[in-house]
Ligand binder design. Structure first.
Ligand code: IVH
Length: 747
């Protein structure tokens, strides 16, 4: 940028802050313009919307502080852009954009400014559809032209493409009170229905094409096809949200115009609402923020408009945006970052699972560095390459996942992921456990340190022996120490025989808990090494004493030997056996030896077990070293039988025959504990909701099971009422207390 490009202003040359601002503006302006071109012309943005917004707001902020840095062609002065691939058309009336805000305080400030000028106005709230803006012209009721927004003044002619969208009427219908106007310019959003998006990406990948990063890109890519027949193949839809020129009919408000559009056969959003106060607009924001992923299309915020057209005219607009509307943008849930690597982890049953190592990025309120990729087929299906810029989001707002690569950002240096042939932990050759299995497994089940560490952490964890102070680091130290050369445990059989003098000499490399990479001591430049069970040697005597945690760990191991049988069964890490089937087995057989000796049919007949689990148990006990684990635990004093219950102590069977599904966390209960409590009351705990489900208990952060319950009309009990449900049964929560469920086993 030359200095002649910069508006006159106070001479701040030399002021270091100003110089920094100038340098940043010179960086930002071309960067934003390039992003804009990729977004509008190529339908292939390389940054997420929120990242784009951030750059834009940084530039607006700098230009506000230093107006002399604002060039006439600054991207902050433009609304979109257009390409030459389609014929240019001039909109009858300029298409404005919206002022974005990112907090409720900013919405309040906007409302206060309006209230100061025109008190008591009503607000029309609606969702901000994440699609592609188009402008449709109807002359005497016939669709004559459709254009993209372009720069707001001139757009691209996409009439042939828009004609293929079933939701867009070719002719307007007349209705009572709504005569067809002689000229109508209507604005709205072309969108790609969320439900169809995944299917589209699957077919893109299958055809060897790059998947779309999100439904909006899919909408843009589908609409802006030179061959309209290709657009016709895509399930695009349309929702109108505003007017340009209108002749032959005069609506007096935004809501009146929506009634008119609807009467003429143009789709309007089913979600708009007129509210009398800004507080109610806040409630609308909260309501739709909660269901943003449950609508037919994606939304990226809420638009609040002044309903009255007279007041809209009075408030007017800046060169870019109207003063009578504001867009509250949701915090980003999808961001772009680089996929640095794909690594493979080994689970407790030996399954090799690829996971993504990402350039750390904040998504939905937390830093994300890793994302699971499930299996090699999924890596292929997602079409991601190592080195790609990828779109990351939190699935169900909790677990990070890669949505898709940003193919437009590829440089050619990206590399394809290949599943390793050998276990990254023990170098054994990976193979499917059975013919036709998708998953590869490490066959070195007994002493692969990865598998053993995971099994040990599971067996001593909350759903099994529940050994406090025996965390993941302790388990890793026992199976994979730096010293001694031979690990203290070579399988989980010896866990109850651990002695303090074996623990004290153990030294381990300190690893980053997320990446698993060794931590480096900044002073020495060498790997950090610690003794996890021993304190530093006494400076005078050289005596090595145990850490308090290590002492407590051994005490807790001792106490864990008397845990009930179902926890012992669960701790064996038998494939397909989870806490529910372990409880069913323990209740039926009451003795581990009887389980080991039972024939498959008897086991399969136990409610909550079935043939797959029965076969897995048989297979497990057929392995010598598995039986040795049981014998070593027995010899160490682990309880192998449950007493027959004393009928006088049995809890009232308040949930007899009732199937309960639990979703989300319940205060005071682990997932297994809650299932056990249902069982103790004669109920059945299931993981899937059907019409036969007696009730769904919705705890903290309930999942999709809650939605399904609402959909099917199944009784929903709030997490805090769980104890009341156990004590009194379903009665007070519903009139229908139905029989049996579908028996699905949570794993
Ligand atoms: S009203 C002058 N309402 O968001 C008012 N726009 O970021 C113009 N958009 O250009 C727009 N949903 O393409 C309006 N319910 C909605 C919308 C909406 C999506 C788009 C529209 C606009 C862009 C601004």
């Amino acid at each position: 940028m030359s200095t002649t490009d910069i508006d006159e202003g106070p001479d701040r040359t030399g002021d270091p802050e100003f110089e920094r601002a100038r340098a940043r503006v010179e960086e930002l302006a071309p960067e934003i313009t390039a992003h804009r071109r990729r977004y509008y012309e190529d339908a292939a943005p390389t940054v997420s919307d929120s990242q784009f917004d951030e750059l834009m707001h940084e530039l607006i902020d700098l230009e506000t502080r230093y107006p002399e840095l604002k060039k006439n062609d600054s991207p902050t002065e433009q609304v979109g852009t257009f390409s030459e691939a389609f014929a240019p058309v001039t909109h009858l009336e300029k298409m404005l954009s919206l002022q974005d805000v990112f907090s409720l305080e900013e919405v309040q400030t906007w409302a206060d400014r309006i209230t100061a000028e025109v008190p008591g106005e009503r607000y029309l709230c609606e969702v901000k559809i994440d699609g592609l803006a188009v402008d449709l012209v109807y002359e005497n009721g016939r669709l004559t032209r459709a254009a993209t927004r372009g720069d707001g003044v001139t757009g691209e002619d996409v009439t042939a493409n828009v004609r293929t969208i079933a939701a867009v009427p070719q002719r307007l219908a007349a209705a009572d009170g709504f005569p067809v106007p002689s000229l109508l310019e209507v604005r709205g959003e072309v969108y790609f229905p969320t439900a169809d998006f995944e299917r589209l990406n699957e077919s893109q990948v299958a055809a060897g094409k790059a998947p779309f990063a999100n439904p909006r890109n899919a909408a843009a890519g589908s609409l802006r096809q030179k061959d309209a027949a290709k657009t016709a193949e895509r399930p695009l839809s349309f929702i109108a949200h505003g007017l340009g020129v209108l002749q032959g009919f005069e609506p007096d408000s935004q809501s009146h115009s929506y009634a008119a559009l609807d009467a003429w056969g143009l789709p309007v959003s089913p979600y708009w609402r007129v509210v009398p106060t800004i507080d109610e607009a806040f409630a609308y924001i909260e309501e739709f923020g909660g269901k943003r992923h449950k609508l037919v299309h994606e939304i990226d915020g809420i638009v609040i408009k002044i309903d009255d057209f007279g007041v809209q005219r009075r408030l007017g607009a800046t060169s870019r945006t109207p003063r009578w509307a504001v867009a509250f943008k949701f915090p980003p849930e999808e961001v772009n970052t680089r996929l640095l690597d794909i690594k493979v982890s080994i689970g407790r049953t030996g399954r090799a699972t690829p996971y993504a190592v990402l350039d750390p990025v904040r998504v939905a309120g937390s830093e994300v560095e890793f994302a699971t990729l499930h299996n090699a087929d999924q890596v292929k299906a997602k079409g991601v390459l190592i080195g790609d810029i990828v779109v990351v989001r939190k699935a169900g707002d909790v677990i990070p996942e890669i949505v898709a690569p940003v193919a437009a950002a590829r440089t050619g240096d990206e590399t394809e992921f290949a599943m390793p042939e050998r276990c990254p932990e023990c170098d054994s050759v990976l193979a499917p456990a059975a013919e036709g299995d998708i998953d590869l497994r490490c066959p070195n089940a007994r002493s692969c340190p990865g598998q053993l560490r995971e099994r040990l952490a599971f067996a001593t964890g909350r759903s099994c022996f529940d050994v406090d102070r025996m965390g993941y680091i302790a388990c890793a130290a026992l199976v994979q120490p730096l010293e001694p050369a031979e690990p203290v445990l070579t399988d989980e059989g010896g866990v109850f025989d651990l002695k303090m003098d074996e623990l004290l000499p153990i030294r381990v490399v300190v690893r980053d808990p997320d990446s698993g990479l060794p931590k480096i001591d900044e002073k020495t430049g060498e790997q950090k090494v610690v003794t996890p069970f021993a304190r530093q040697p006494d400076k005078k005597t050289g005596e090595i004493l145990p850490r308090k945690n290590a002492e407590e760990m051994l005490q807790n191991l001792e106490a864990a030997k008397s845990q009930p049988l179902w926890r012992v069964v669960n701790a064996l890490s038998i494939r397909h056996v989870g806490p529910v089937s372990a409880q069913a087995l323990a209740e039926h057989f009451r003795d581990l030896d009887r389980i080991a000796e039972a024939d498959e049919e008897e086991m399969a007949a136990v409610d909550g077990v079935g043939p797959t689990i029965a076969a897995a148990i048989k297979d497990w006990f057929a392995v010598d070293w598995h039986r040795d684990i049981v014998e070593r635990w027995r010899a160490a004093g682990v309880r192998m039988q449950d007493e027959a219950p004393d009928p006088s102590e049995a809890l009232p069977q308040t949930l007899e025959g009732v199937t309960i599904v639990i979703t989300g966390g319940i205060d005071g209960y682990t997932r297994e504990g809650a299932a056990a409590a249902v069982k103790a009351r004669g109920g059945k705990s299931s993981s899937s909701v059907s019409k036969k489900t007696g009730a769904v208990v919705a705890g903290d952060k309930p999942g999709s099971k809650y939605d399904k319950a609402v959909q099917l009309g199944v009784t929903v009990v709030q997490g805090e009422d769980f104890d009341r449900l156990l004590e009194h049964g379903l009665g007070e929560f519903s009139s229908q207390s139905e029989e049996s469920g579908d028996g699905n086993e949570p794993e």
